[in-house]
Design a protein around this ligand. Structure first.
Ligand code: PMT
Length: 414
């Protein structure tokens, strides 16, 4: 994950409660990455946590004092008050990571005998917990019942991972890596965003059109722009379904991914979910043609220098099929297309917007090296159905995505 500022996180105040687990060293990375993303991170360490990592380590990565005792004052927005009140009042979110069985028990039963437990009681901010412990301990009835109590009160559980523990045993209870934790934080903070309660279907990646069991025709789309859109939509509180032909990208936290291969599969999946979608964003680069026949066996080299002739036939146009069904369904309410153009950008894009019945069309000039396929940045012009045209400066695909999602939210709000 790069450390570019993310609107949702920038300037937020997050309390990180660290409890006594060997996974404490990973919480240092979490504190560091959050700080780099523009978050003000205040760390509260229990006594047990300090057996694993010193407060100085967290202070060094956050640039802020670390809180270890409930008998101190200062903290957060109320510097003259006892620490837990100031910290609790000013927090946008409290994440307890790693959370030991002992701290879970305290939180579940309302104990108030250390700074973290008392702050958790005092705060009205959302609380996330990321348990980390040995597999049998995690599976124990006591821990599971405490988790159920906490979840029943609206605390969000970040499921631990399955894998190898420091003990060498294998099971469920491993502390997740930083990107997953940050994803969970984004997901929780975004819940009340502009797209709260809205369902978005987003497509990403380049479709693969098979020739035989080992070969296919595809294009240079990496899926990065589509995944960035899915993340931005999730940040805005949407339920996101990502229909993905991309490979090797990690799905944003909380986003449902449906993997597909070919244009036909993508079309069928989009149409299946059309009626439930408030908005559809087609960022995928869909192959316009596919081999007319798919060989069951690997195609052999031709003898001598004989060329191999491939017969291609047209793929269905997904946006056109959506347009057709939209007349009856009146869904999705907003449809966004992309256009990857190498000449006459605006004219071609405008023609696609009209022909495919789109509300917005995002045109990328793929002749620029820093825009379009595979790179991390994009330079786009957004056209709308009323003839409007908005050119964005070169920006990361994440920022382009945030902007497009804002435009979608505006249209859905109208
Ligand atoms: O994936 P990245 O590496 O991050 O790159 C991002 C991108 C350049 C792929 C993306 O920003 C983009 O421009 N996607 C659309 C590329 C494209 O195929 O454009 P098009 O002009 O062929 O298609 C126009 C629109 O119709 C697109 O929304 C496309 O998804 C859709 N389409 C195309 C063909 C088809 N058979 N059915 C469709 O619905």
């Amino acid at each position: 994950m790069d450390s570019e500022r993310i609107t949702l996180l920038d300037g937020k105040r997050i309390l990180l409660g660290v409890t006594g687990s060997i996974a404490c060293y990973k919480a240092v990375d979490l504190a560091s990455k959050l700080t780099q993303l523009g978050v003000q991170v205040d760390v509260i360490m229990t006594e047990a946590a300090q057996q694993f990592v010193t407060p100085l380590t967290f202070q060094a990565v956050t640039g802020r004092p670390v809180y270890t005792s409930m008998w101190t004052s200062g903290g957060g927005s109320l510097p003259t008050h006892v620490a837990h009140v100031g910290l609790a009042e000013s927090a946008d979110l409290l994440i307890v990571a790693p959370a030991t069985a002992n701290t879970l028990a305290k939180l579940a039963h309302g104990l108030a005998d250390d700074l973290l437990a008392i702050t958790a009681l005092a705060t009205t901010a959302p609380i996330l917990i990321s348990p980390a412990m040995d597999g049998h301990m995690y599976a124990s009835l006591a821990v599971q019942e405490n988790l159920a109590i906490l979840q029943g009160r609206g605390v969000t559980l970040i499921e631990p991972e399955t894998g190898r523990f420091a003990s060498g045993l294998v099971g469920v209870g491993r502390f997740p890596e930083t990107p997953k934790l940050i994803g969970a934080i984004r997901h929780r903070l975004g819940r009340s965003g502009a797209l709260k309660g809205k369902n978005l279907v987003i497509t990403a990646g380049g479709t693969r059109e098979p020739l035989d069991p080992v070969r296919f025709i595809t294009n240079r789309s990496s899926g990065k722009q589509g995944y960035a859109l899915a993340q931005a939509a999730a940040d805005a509180g949407a339920e996101v379904m990502l229909i993905s032909a991309a490979r090797g990208l990690t799905a944003p936290y909380g986003v449902q991914v449906i993997p597909v291969e070919s244009a036909y599969q993508m079309q069928q999946t989009v149409l299946t979910h059309q009626a439930g979608a408030d908005a559809l964003i087609m960022a995928a680069a869909v192959a316009d043609f596919r081999p007319r026949t798919i060989s069951d066996q690997k195609i052999k080299k031709t003898s001598g220098n004989d060329p191999l002739t491939l017969h291609l036939e047209k793929n269905p146009d997904i946006l056109l099929s959506v347009k057709e069904r939209r007349r009856d369904l009146h869904r999705p309410r907003v449809v966004v297309g992309f256009a990857a153009e190498s000449e006459d950008l605006i004219a071609h894009a405008r023609e696609k917007l009209e022909r495919k019945g789109l509300d917005l069309l995002v045109a990328n000039d793929i002749t620029a090296k820093d825009a379009g396929f595979d790179v991390d940045t994009n330079r786009v012009v957004i056209l709308d159905a009323r003839g409007g045209q908005e050119a964005l400066e070169l920006a990361s695909k994440a920022h382009v995505a945030e902007h497009i999602i804002q435009r979608v939210a505006q249209l859905l709000g109208q």
